[in-house]
Design a protein around this ligand. Sequence first.
Ligand code: IMP
Length: 427
Amino acid sequence: MAAVVLIGSQWGDEGKGKITDFLAEKANVVVRYQGGNNAGHTVVANGEEFKLHLIPSGILYENKTCVIGNGVVIDPKVLLEELDYLAERGIKTGKLLISSNAQVIMPYHMVLDGLEEEARGEHKIGTTKRGIGPAYMDKASRIGIRIIDLLDKEEFAEKLRRNLVEKNNLFVKVYGKEALKFEDIYETYLGYAERIRPMVTDSSLAIDTSIRAGEKVLFEGAQGTLLDIDHGTYPYVTSSHPIAGGACIGAGVGPTRINRVIGVIKAYTTRVGEGPFPTELLDKTGEEMRANGHEFGTTTGRARRCGWFDAVIARYAARVSGLSDFAVTKLDVLTGLDKLKICVGYRVNEEIITEFPQSQKIFKQCQPVYEELPGWQEDLTHVRRFEDLPKAAQNYVLRIETLTGVPATLVAIGPGREQTIVRGEIF
Ligand code: IMP
């Protein structure tokens, strides 16, 4: 019996898709548990690049059951497009299960996401405008439409009508925009429902059955710790729970079933959207990281902000998710830099703090306290054993372990499946 949760330890984009893909080889079941198509996973499998947003990366292997759990918000149009995209590329998608309790992203959620961002002006969050926040708002307001509602014509019609009254009031009276029409949405979404219907199930039960049968289950987090709505850099966060606890809620599994929690962490730091970022580099080194690491969003194409590794964030991620292991990614991107910096604390006014601050006002004032390590010039992408890495690269990883108290069990030195150094068993 093995259930492993894999999460992002920074602000998302840590390379979770690649590590999920690597671990999925040994898993029987791969589960998405939160977020929606705000996520973007780039996976290189057998030399081919795949970009996924909603469907678990495990889909690229034949015979893996993939599950979209109840905690995910699903844009059915995007889901079906992704299924078509995979089918066109010869990937079988017959073993995809969808939770009947997952929430549906409706057209008014996307409209609202855009309008709210515009209204925030200089306080904008920098959302992906995929309707994620408004869909989770409706879930919390208990007016959301679940997948199971979509499969029932009468239920769907009734809930859609009620929602449109409320949303159109907002669109017309507050934002001075046009109202959305019931007819324009209803038939289209019923069409989506018919394609989705065969995949819909009680996914919590399906996962539990697999765990009890001794199968290996991998829970694939989207976004990252600092985008968690409770534990992240609020309000510059997403509307779900990317931390490990989110897997229990978003998939319907109890915490006692989870055996291991892997935190995927990039060898440096990136962030998209707005908000403070103490180790951000606005110079040539930051530009080099962006260019060498291809740091442009899979979902929105936005350039990611880049900076040095932040061990305060790494330790915080280890704490709030109870990490048992790190998977350090993109170590190869740091090749060529003379000196590397790791942030080990923050200076706030005259004080040095070493724990992640609760207050965003304080986080905004944090100046990084760095320690310097020597860099390396050798290409890492062909290395397959840790001891074959240049000494400076080994020391960099070992320093991360010491600063966080978490072993770096996996180290990625390129995007390919085989470009992963394994220092211990996961499954
Ligand atoms: P939302 O999830 O679209 O509401 O966006 C809220 C914040 O989360 C914004 O700063 C986004 O840039 C960020 N975000 C959402 N999904 C991702 C992701 O997959 N990677 C990195 N940032 C993300």
